[in-house]
Design a protein. Structure first.
Length: 416
Protein backbone atom coordinates (compact mmCIF):
# COMPACT_ATOMS: atom_id res chain seq x y z
CA UNK A 1 0.00 0.00 0.00
CA UNK A 2 1.37 3.45 -0.91
CA UNK A 3 1.78 6.10 1.77
CA UNK A 4 -1.18 8.13 0.48
CA UNK A 5 -3.44 5.05 0.42
CA UNK A 6 -2.40 4.28 4.00
CA UNK A 7 -3.13 7.89 4.96
CA UNK A 8 -6.57 7.87 3.38
CA UNK A 9 -7.36 4.50 4.99
CA UNK A 10 -6.59 6.03 8.31
CA UNK A 11 -8.56 9.18 7.39
CA UNK A 12 -11.53 6.96 6.60
CA UNK A 13 -11.12 5.10 9.88
CA UNK A 14 -10.89 8.36 11.79
CA UNK A 15 -13.99 9.65 10.01
CA UNK A 16 -15.84 6.47 10.95
CA UNK A 17 -14.78 6.81 14.61
CA UNK A 18 -15.90 10.43 14.54
CA UNK A 19 -19.32 9.51 13.14
CA UNK A 20 -19.64 6.93 15.92
CA UNK A 21 -18.71 9.64 18.43
CA UNK A 22 -21.38 11.96 17.04
CA UNK A 23 -23.95 9.20 17.20
CA UNK A 24 -23.44 9.03 20.96
CA UNK A 25 -25.19 12.39 21.23
CA UNK A 26 -22.92 13.57 24.04
CA UNK A 27 -23.43 16.79 25.98
CA UNK A 28 -20.13 17.40 27.72
CA UNK A 29 -18.34 20.57 28.73
CA UNK A 30 -14.58 21.09 29.09
CA UNK A 31 -14.72 24.87 28.78
CA UNK A 32 -14.55 26.76 32.03
CA UNK A 33 -12.45 25.98 35.07
CA UNK A 34 -15.35 25.62 37.44
CA UNK A 35 -15.25 23.62 40.68
CA UNK A 36 -17.36 20.45 40.54
CA UNK A 37 -20.45 20.06 42.71
CA UNK A 38 -18.48 17.77 45.05
CA UNK A 39 -15.90 20.52 45.46
CA UNK A 40 -18.59 23.07 46.23
CA UNK A 41 -20.02 20.66 48.80
CA UNK A 42 -16.72 20.88 50.68
CA UNK A 43 -17.81 24.41 51.63
CA UNK A 44 -21.34 23.47 52.68
CA UNK A 45 -20.43 24.50 56.23
CA UNK A 46 -19.98 28.06 55.04
CA UNK A 47 -23.67 28.28 54.31
CA UNK A 48 -24.67 26.68 57.60
CA UNK A 49 -22.81 29.08 59.86
CA UNK A 50 -25.15 30.82 62.27
CA UNK A 51 -24.14 34.47 62.16
CA UNK A 52 -27.36 35.91 63.54
CA UNK A 53 -26.28 35.56 67.18
CA UNK A 54 -22.70 36.68 66.69
CA UNK A 55 -22.05 39.11 63.92
CA UNK A 56 -19.15 41.02 65.39
CA UNK A 57 -15.68 40.88 63.83
CA UNK A 58 -12.45 40.44 65.80
CA UNK A 59 -12.00 44.20 66.02
CA UNK A 60 -15.50 44.70 67.40
CA UNK A 61 -17.22 45.82 64.20
CA UNK A 62 -20.83 44.80 63.56
CA UNK A 63 -20.50 43.30 60.09
CA UNK A 64 -24.14 43.99 59.30
CA UNK A 65 -23.49 47.66 58.75
CA UNK A 66 -21.60 49.86 56.30
CA UNK A 67 -17.90 50.57 56.69
CA UNK A 68 -14.57 48.79 56.97
CA UNK A 69 -13.33 49.38 53.42
CA UNK A 70 -10.12 47.41 54.07
CA UNK A 71 -12.01 44.21 54.89
CA UNK A 72 -12.11 42.14 58.08
CA UNK A 73 -8.76 41.92 59.91
CA UNK A 74 -9.18 38.23 60.81
CA UNK A 75 -9.63 37.22 57.17
CA UNK A 76 -6.82 39.49 56.05
CA UNK A 77 -4.61 37.83 58.69
CA UNK A 78 -5.31 34.38 57.21
CA UNK A 79 -4.46 35.47 53.67
CA UNK A 80 -1.52 37.52 54.91
CA UNK A 81 0.02 34.26 56.11
CA UNK A 82 -0.92 32.36 52.94
CA UNK A 83 0.47 35.01 50.59
CA UNK A 84 3.37 36.12 52.80
CA UNK A 85 2.20 39.74 52.78
CA UNK A 86 1.89 42.02 55.84
CA UNK A 87 -1.75 42.66 56.83
CA UNK A 88 -1.56 46.47 56.31
CA UNK A 89 -0.65 45.87 52.66
CA UNK A 90 -3.46 43.37 52.01
CA UNK A 91 -7.13 44.28 51.58
CA UNK A 92 -10.08 41.85 51.63
CA UNK A 93 -12.63 43.01 49.07
CA UNK A 94 -15.66 41.87 47.08
CA UNK A 95 -16.61 38.59 45.49
CA UNK A 96 -14.33 38.65 42.42
CA UNK A 97 -10.65 39.45 41.97
CA UNK A 98 -11.28 40.01 38.27
CA UNK A 99 -13.39 43.04 39.18
CA UNK A 100 -10.52 44.43 41.24
CA UNK A 101 -8.08 43.93 38.34
CA UNK A 102 -10.50 45.66 35.99
CA UNK A 103 -11.05 48.54 38.40
CA UNK A 104 -7.34 49.02 39.10
CA UNK A 105 -6.77 49.42 35.36
CA UNK A 106 -9.71 51.80 35.02
CA UNK A 107 -8.41 53.92 37.93
CA UNK A 108 -4.97 53.97 36.28
CA UNK A 109 -6.45 55.00 32.95
CA UNK A 110 -8.47 57.78 34.54
CA UNK A 111 -6.13 59.06 37.23
CA UNK A 112 -2.62 57.73 36.67
CA UNK A 113 -0.78 55.83 39.40
CA UNK A 114 1.76 56.59 42.13
CA UNK A 115 4.96 57.51 40.31
CA UNK A 116 3.09 59.03 37.35
CA UNK A 117 -0.08 61.03 37.76
CA UNK A 118 -0.52 61.35 33.99
CA UNK A 119 -3.60 59.21 33.28
CA UNK A 120 -2.74 56.13 31.27
CA UNK A 121 -5.55 56.98 28.84
CA UNK A 122 -3.60 60.02 27.66
CA UNK A 123 -1.27 57.74 25.71
CA UNK A 124 -1.53 54.50 23.75
CA UNK A 125 -0.23 52.13 26.39
CA UNK A 126 0.67 48.45 26.13
CA UNK A 127 0.59 45.34 28.33
CA UNK A 128 2.87 42.33 28.03
CA UNK A 129 0.85 39.14 27.86
CA UNK A 130 2.64 35.83 28.48
CA UNK A 131 1.03 33.29 26.16
CA UNK A 132 -0.80 31.06 26.41
CA UNK A 133 -2.61 33.08 29.09
CA UNK A 134 -5.96 33.74 30.71
CA UNK A 135 -8.65 34.83 28.24
CA UNK A 136 -10.43 37.08 30.74
CA UNK A 137 -7.26 39.07 31.39
CA UNK A 138 -7.00 39.69 27.68
CA UNK A 139 -10.70 40.57 27.49
CA UNK A 140 -10.16 43.33 30.08
CA UNK A 141 -7.18 44.90 28.33
CA UNK A 142 -8.84 44.63 24.93
CA UNK A 143 -12.10 46.17 26.17
CA UNK A 144 -10.19 49.06 27.74
CA UNK A 145 -8.26 49.82 24.57
CA UNK A 146 -4.84 48.71 25.78
CA UNK A 147 -2.49 47.26 23.17
CA UNK A 148 -1.48 43.70 24.00
CA UNK A 149 1.95 42.30 23.23
CA UNK A 150 2.02 38.48 23.21
CA UNK A 151 5.04 37.09 25.02
CA UNK A 152 5.50 33.37 24.31
CA UNK A 153 6.92 31.24 27.11
CA UNK A 154 10.22 29.60 26.23
CA UNK A 155 10.29 25.95 25.11
CA UNK A 156 11.37 25.12 28.64
CA UNK A 157 8.16 26.65 29.98
CA UNK A 158 10.09 29.49 31.57
CA UNK A 159 9.34 33.18 31.12
CA UNK A 160 11.43 34.87 28.44
CA UNK A 161 13.09 37.33 30.81
CA UNK A 162 15.41 38.62 28.07
CA UNK A 163 12.46 39.51 25.83
CA UNK A 164 10.69 41.12 28.78
CA UNK A 165 13.75 43.27 29.47
CA UNK A 166 13.76 44.37 25.82
CA UNK A 167 10.05 45.22 25.83
CA UNK A 168 10.53 47.26 28.99
CA UNK A 169 12.70 49.67 27.01
CA UNK A 170 9.46 50.73 25.32
CA UNK A 171 7.88 53.50 27.46
CA UNK A 172 4.38 52.51 26.29
CA UNK A 173 4.68 49.25 28.26
CA UNK A 174 2.89 49.95 31.54
CA UNK A 175 1.63 46.55 32.53
CA UNK A 176 2.17 42.83 32.37
CA UNK A 177 -0.32 40.10 33.14
CA UNK A 178 1.10 37.21 35.11
CA UNK A 179 -0.38 34.21 36.90
CA UNK A 180 2.64 33.32 39.04
CA UNK A 181 1.52 29.91 40.30
CA UNK A 182 0.06 27.13 38.20
CA UNK A 183 -0.70 29.56 35.40
CA UNK A 184 -3.96 29.51 33.53
CA UNK A 185 -3.70 27.62 31.23
CA UNK A 186 -0.05 26.49 30.96
CA UNK A 187 0.48 25.52 34.61
CA UNK A 188 3.86 27.32 34.88
CA UNK A 189 5.06 28.59 38.27
CA UNK A 190 7.35 31.60 38.45
CA UNK A 191 10.70 30.73 40.04
CA UNK A 192 12.31 32.96 42.70
CA UNK A 193 14.99 33.92 40.14
CA UNK A 194 12.37 34.94 37.57
CA UNK A 195 10.47 36.94 40.19
CA UNK A 196 13.63 38.73 41.21
CA UNK A 197 14.40 39.56 37.57
CA UNK A 198 10.86 40.80 36.94
CA UNK A 199 10.95 43.24 39.84
CA UNK A 200 14.54 44.36 39.11
CA UNK A 201 14.61 44.90 35.34
CA UNK A 202 14.99 48.54 34.36
CA UNK A 203 11.92 49.94 32.62
CA UNK A 204 11.52 53.02 30.45
CA UNK A 205 8.18 53.74 32.14
CA UNK A 206 8.55 54.57 35.84
CA UNK A 207 5.00 53.32 36.43
CA UNK A 208 5.32 49.82 34.97
CA UNK A 209 3.06 47.41 36.91
CA UNK A 210 2.98 43.62 37.09
CA UNK A 211 -0.55 42.30 37.56
CA UNK A 212 0.49 39.36 39.74
CA UNK A 213 -2.74 37.33 39.70
CA UNK A 214 -2.10 34.65 42.29
CA UNK A 215 -5.49 32.99 41.69
CA UNK A 216 -4.02 29.50 42.30
CA UNK A 217 -1.67 30.24 45.21
CA UNK A 218 -2.94 27.36 47.37
CA UNK A 219 -4.27 25.06 44.67
CA UNK A 220 -1.64 22.33 44.75
CA UNK A 221 -2.10 18.94 43.09
CA UNK A 222 0.90 17.23 44.70
CA UNK A 223 2.58 16.94 48.10
CA UNK A 224 4.90 19.78 47.13
CA UNK A 225 3.07 22.79 48.45
CA UNK A 226 5.35 25.69 47.55
CA UNK A 227 4.71 28.92 49.43
CA UNK A 228 3.72 32.02 47.52
CA UNK A 229 6.73 34.13 46.58
CA UNK A 230 7.15 37.37 48.50
CA UNK A 231 7.01 39.47 45.35
CA UNK A 232 6.30 42.69 47.25
CA UNK A 233 9.33 42.18 49.48
CA UNK A 234 11.52 41.35 46.46
CA UNK A 235 10.27 44.45 44.63
CA UNK A 236 10.91 46.70 47.61
CA UNK A 237 14.43 45.28 47.95
CA UNK A 238 15.02 45.89 44.23
CA UNK A 239 14.00 49.53 44.52
CA UNK A 240 10.69 49.07 42.66
CA UNK A 241 8.23 48.69 45.53
CA UNK A 242 5.23 49.87 43.49
CA UNK A 243 5.74 47.48 40.56
CA UNK A 244 3.74 44.40 41.67
CA UNK A 245 -0.02 44.46 42.20
CA UNK A 246 -1.10 41.21 43.83
CA UNK A 247 -4.56 39.67 43.39
CA UNK A 248 -6.10 36.52 44.83
CA UNK A 249 -9.48 35.16 45.84
CA UNK A 250 -11.29 32.29 47.48
CA UNK A 251 -13.28 31.61 44.29
CA UNK A 252 -11.78 28.14 43.91
CA UNK A 253 -11.31 27.62 47.63
CA UNK A 254 -14.91 28.06 48.78
CA UNK A 255 -17.66 29.16 46.39
CA UNK A 256 -16.87 30.35 42.86
CA UNK A 257 -18.48 33.75 42.55
CA UNK A 258 -19.50 33.69 46.21
CA UNK A 259 -16.08 34.13 47.75
CA UNK A 260 -13.81 36.98 48.79
CA UNK A 261 -11.10 38.68 46.75
CA UNK A 262 -7.81 40.15 47.95
CA UNK A 263 -5.65 42.98 46.70
CA UNK A 264 -2.12 43.60 47.97
CA UNK A 265 0.53 46.11 47.01
CA UNK A 266 3.04 48.66 48.32
CA UNK A 267 1.78 51.15 50.92
CA UNK A 268 1.67 53.87 48.22
CA UNK A 269 -0.40 51.71 45.88
CA UNK A 270 -2.73 50.68 48.72
CA UNK A 271 -3.36 54.34 49.64
CA UNK A 272 -3.99 55.09 45.95
CA UNK A 273 -6.43 52.18 45.68
CA UNK A 274 -8.26 53.22 48.88
CA UNK A 275 -8.67 56.73 47.50
CA UNK A 276 -10.34 55.58 44.29
CA UNK A 277 -12.21 52.57 45.66
CA UNK A 278 -13.58 54.80 48.42
CA UNK A 279 -15.53 56.64 45.75
CA UNK A 280 -16.94 53.39 44.41
CA UNK A 281 -18.10 51.70 47.60
CA UNK A 282 -18.85 52.20 51.29
CA UNK A 283 -17.29 48.85 51.96
CA UNK A 284 -17.18 45.18 50.94
CA UNK A 285 -19.54 42.38 51.99
CA UNK A 286 -18.25 41.88 55.54
CA UNK A 287 -20.95 39.32 56.30
CA UNK A 288 -19.45 36.99 53.71
CA UNK A 289 -15.96 37.84 54.94
CA UNK A 290 -16.89 36.90 58.53
CA UNK A 291 -18.40 33.65 57.28
CA UNK A 292 -15.15 32.91 55.44
CA UNK A 293 -12.93 33.79 58.40
CA UNK A 294 -14.89 31.50 60.69
CA UNK A 295 -15.22 28.68 58.18
CA UNK A 296 -11.56 28.65 57.10
CA UNK A 297 -10.26 29.40 60.60
CA UNK A 298 -6.57 29.81 59.81
CA UNK A 299 -3.98 29.49 57.07
CA UNK A 300 -3.58 25.83 58.06
CA UNK A 301 -7.37 25.50 57.80
CA UNK A 302 -7.15 26.69 54.19
CA UNK A 303 -4.38 24.19 53.41
CA UNK A 304 -6.40 21.35 54.95
CA UNK A 305 -9.44 22.40 52.92
CA UNK A 306 -7.38 22.57 49.72
CA UNK A 307 -6.09 19.04 50.32
CA UNK A 308 -9.71 17.89 50.18
CA UNK A 309 -10.07 19.69 46.84
CA UNK A 310 -6.93 17.93 45.69
CA UNK A 311 -8.43 14.51 46.51
CA UNK A 312 -11.24 15.30 44.09
CA UNK A 313 -9.16 17.02 41.42
CA UNK A 314 -5.97 14.97 41.22
CA UNK A 315 -7.65 11.82 39.81
CA UNK A 316 -9.19 13.95 37.05
CA UNK A 317 -5.83 15.41 36.05
CA UNK A 318 -4.30 11.92 36.17
CA UNK A 319 -7.06 10.62 33.90
CA UNK A 320 -6.53 13.42 31.38
CA UNK A 321 -2.78 12.78 31.36
CA UNK A 322 -3.27 9.04 30.86
CA UNK A 323 -5.78 9.42 28.02
CA UNK A 324 -3.70 12.02 26.18
CA UNK A 325 -0.64 9.78 26.45
CA UNK A 326 -2.59 6.76 25.20
CA UNK A 327 -4.25 8.53 22.29
CA UNK A 328 -2.07 11.45 21.24
CA UNK A 329 1.54 10.39 21.73
CA UNK A 330 3.26 11.56 18.54
CA UNK A 331 0.39 13.97 17.78
CA UNK A 332 1.15 16.97 19.95
CA UNK A 333 2.15 17.63 23.52
CA UNK A 334 0.44 18.54 26.76
CA UNK A 335 1.18 19.83 30.22
CA UNK A 336 1.17 17.87 33.47
CA UNK A 337 0.51 20.67 35.95
CA UNK A 338 1.42 20.42 39.61
CA UNK A 339 -1.52 22.60 40.59
CA UNK A 340 -4.23 24.90 39.33
CA UNK A 341 -7.13 24.09 37.08
CA UNK A 342 -5.99 23.46 33.52
CA UNK A 343 -4.17 21.18 31.12
CA UNK A 344 -2.86 22.77 27.94
CA UNK A 345 -2.91 20.56 24.89
CA UNK A 346 -0.68 21.68 22.03
CA UNK A 347 -2.21 19.90 19.07
CA UNK A 348 -0.41 19.54 15.73
CA UNK A 349 0.08 22.97 14.13
CA UNK A 350 -2.94 24.21 12.23
CA UNK A 351 -5.47 21.82 13.78
CA UNK A 352 -6.83 23.46 16.95
CA UNK A 353 -9.70 25.42 15.37
CA UNK A 354 -10.85 22.43 13.36
CA UNK A 355 -10.52 20.02 16.31
CA UNK A 356 -12.59 22.30 18.56
CA UNK A 357 -15.18 22.69 15.80
CA UNK A 358 -15.41 18.91 15.34
CA UNK A 359 -15.70 18.45 19.12
CA UNK A 360 -18.50 21.00 19.31
CA UNK A 361 -20.44 19.25 16.56
CA UNK A 362 -20.04 16.02 18.55
CA UNK A 363 -21.46 17.59 21.71
CA UNK A 364 -18.15 18.28 23.47
CA UNK A 365 -17.77 21.96 24.35
CA UNK A 366 -14.14 23.05 24.44
CA UNK A 367 -12.81 26.61 24.99
CA UNK A 368 -12.55 28.22 21.54
CA UNK A 369 -9.15 27.77 19.90
CA UNK A 370 -7.13 30.95 20.23
CA UNK A 371 -8.82 32.00 23.49
CA UNK A 372 -5.54 31.79 25.38
CA UNK A 373 -4.01 34.49 23.15
CA UNK A 374 -4.53 38.26 22.88
CA UNK A 375 -7.09 39.05 20.17
CA UNK A 376 -7.79 35.28 20.06
CA UNK A 377 -4.84 34.93 17.72
CA UNK A 378 -2.91 31.73 18.19
CA UNK A 379 -0.30 32.00 15.43
CA UNK A 380 0.21 28.23 15.39
CA UNK A 381 -3.49 27.37 15.74
CA UNK A 382 -2.40 24.63 18.13
CA UNK A 383 -3.36 25.41 21.73
CA UNK A 384 -6.44 23.84 23.28
CA UNK A 385 -7.24 24.55 26.93
CA UNK A 386 -8.71 21.63 28.85
CA UNK A 387 -10.54 22.27 32.11
CA UNK A 388 -10.96 18.90 33.86
CA UNK A 389 -12.48 20.04 37.16
CA UNK A 390 -16.22 20.11 36.52
CA UNK A 391 -17.19 16.86 34.73
CA UNK A 392 -17.48 13.55 36.57
CA UNK A 393 -14.68 11.05 35.90
CA UNK A 394 -16.91 9.14 33.45
CA UNK A 395 -17.89 12.28 31.56
CA UNK A 396 -14.30 13.45 31.54
CA UNK A 397 -13.14 10.17 30.06
CA UNK A 398 -15.75 10.41 27.30
CA UNK A 399 -14.97 14.06 26.62
CA UNK A 400 -11.17 13.67 26.46
CA UNK A 401 -11.36 10.54 24.41
CA UNK A 402 -13.77 12.30 22.01
CA UNK A 403 -11.49 15.34 21.86
CA UNK A 404 -8.57 13.06 20.96
CA UNK A 405 -10.65 11.61 18.09
CA UNK A 406 -11.25 15.16 16.89
CA UNK A 407 -7.57 16.17 17.07
CA UNK A 408 -6.53 13.06 15.14
CA UNK A 409 -9.20 13.62 12.50
CA UNK A 410 -8.29 17.31 12.13
CA UNK A 411 -4.66 16.31 11.69
CA UNK A 412 -5.49 13.64 9.10
CA UNK A 413 -7.74 16.07 7.20
CA UNK A 414 -4.94 18.62 7.07
CA UNK A 415 -2.49 16.03 5.78
CA UNK A 416 -4.93 14.64 3.16
C1 LIG B 1 -5.95 33.31 36.60
C2 LIG B 1 -7.32 33.62 37.10
N1 LIG B 1 -7.55 34.78 37.68
C3 LIG B 1 -8.78 35.12 38.13
C4 LIG B 1 -9.84 34.26 37.98
C5 LIG B 1 -11.18 34.68 38.45
O1 LIG B 1 -11.12 34.97 39.80
P1 LIG B 1 -12.33 35.63 40.58
O2 LIG B 1 -13.42 34.64 40.66
O3 LIG B 1 -11.74 36.00 41.90
O4 LIG B 1 -12.75 36.85 39.79
C6 LIG B 1 -9.64 33.02 37.36
C7 LIG B 1 -10.77 32.10 37.17
O5 LIG B 1 -10.73 31.18 36.40
C8 LIG B 1 -8.35 32.70 36.89
O6 LIG B 1 -8.10 31.53 36.28
Amino acid sequence: MSVSTAASASLNELKASYEALKARDLKLDLTRGKPSLAQLDLSAGLLDLPLSADHTSADGVDVRNYGGTDGLPELRAIYSELLGIPVPQLLALGNASLTVMHDVIVHSLLHGVPGNTVPWRDEQISFLCPVPGYDRHFAITEALGIRMIPLPYLESGRLDVTAIGEHLQDPSVRGMWLVPMYANPGGQTVTPEEAEALVSLPSAAADFRIFWDNAYAVHHLTDAEPAALDVLGLAAAAGHPDRPLVFASTSKVTLAGGGVSFFAASPANIDWYRLHAGVQTIGPDKVNQLRHARFLGSAEGVHAHMRRHRELLAPKFALVGRLLAERLTGHGSWTAPLGGYFVTLTAPTGTATRAVELAKAAGIAVTPAGAAFPYSDDPEDAVIRIAPSFPSLDDLEAAISGLCDCVLLAEAELAA
